[in-house]
Design a protein around this ligand. Structure first.
Ligand code: DC
Length: 224
């Protein structure tokens, strides 16, 4: 199969990363979690006591930081200025900070540049919020995944509990709603489905079935 770019967008808990990793594994592609890059910027702002509202300073951090992803899809590590921050970027404060810094247009420009550089060699699955609309508008395969708020909250709750965080479903639901609002209502490349993306509602669909459907689309696209 040609070295395609596969773009997967959707809100938190829609199944993007599970599906993205499985596709990358099956095709031997690089998997890039673009949210991890925004999370690393948010982490750095918190760790350096930079106000999340100070757009100029946060954009400077984004431009000057080295953020790299290493390892295969199942063991992806995130490095910020050479330090492994894979755990710290998943903490609740970093989740919140990432969605705030992601509203800053200059931060988005810096991250988009980093993401394009990471995918330079092709043969990549990238997931996020603006991959099919902004980062790779010419991606050969574009998927937009979504699921009901209840299902997404349940998935996130399970993940958080696996990480040892003592959370309630209501708490996660509130966090998700707040992040959804920021992701969808920001003026800088908000979360929207690209017109040519295939929409898949994963609420009642096993994620294996979504992977098979995506691989079928990839096969068709690589022959055209
Ligand atoms: O996918 P995630 O939950 O790890 O993403 C963290 C935050 O980063 C999310 O709230 C919105 C932002 N984000 C973005 O704006 N654009 C992307 N392509 C990926 C993530």
């Amino acid at each position: 199969m040609d070295k395609l770019v596969i773009a997967i967008d959707g809100p938190s808990g829609s199944g993007k990363s599970t599906v993205g990793k499985a596709i990358a594994r099956r095709l031997g592609y690089l998997y890039i979690d673009s949210g991890a890059v925004y999370r690393a910027v948010g982490r750095k702002a918190l760790d350096t006591n930079t106000s999340l509202e100070d757009a100029t300073s946060v954009a400077r951090l984004a431009n000057l930081s080295s953020i790299t992803l290493e390892g295969d899809p199942d063991h992806l590590r995130v490095f910020l200025d050479g330090r492994d921050v894979s755990g710290q970027i998943r903490l609740p404060d970093a989740s919140h900070a990432s969605s705030v810094v992601a509203t800053i247009p200059e931060v988005r420009e810096a991250v988009v540049e980093k993401l394009r550089e990471m995918a330079r060699a092709g043969g990549v699955v990238m997931d996020g919020r603006d991959i099919g609309t902004k980062v790779f508008p010419d991606a050969q395969v574009k998927l937009f995944l979504d699921a009901s708020l209840d299902v997404r909250a349940r998935r996130r709750c399970e993940e958080e509990r696996e990480r040892g965080r003592d959370v309630t479903a209501d708490q996660i639901r509130e966090e998700l709603e707040a992040r959804d609002r920021r992701d969808c209502e920001r003026t800088a490349t908000p979360l929207v489905k690209a017109p040519d993306a295939v929409f898949i509602d994963t609420s009642d669909l096993p994620l294996d079935a979504v992977v098979e459907r995506a691989l079928e689309i990839a096969r068709t696209r690589s022959q055209t």
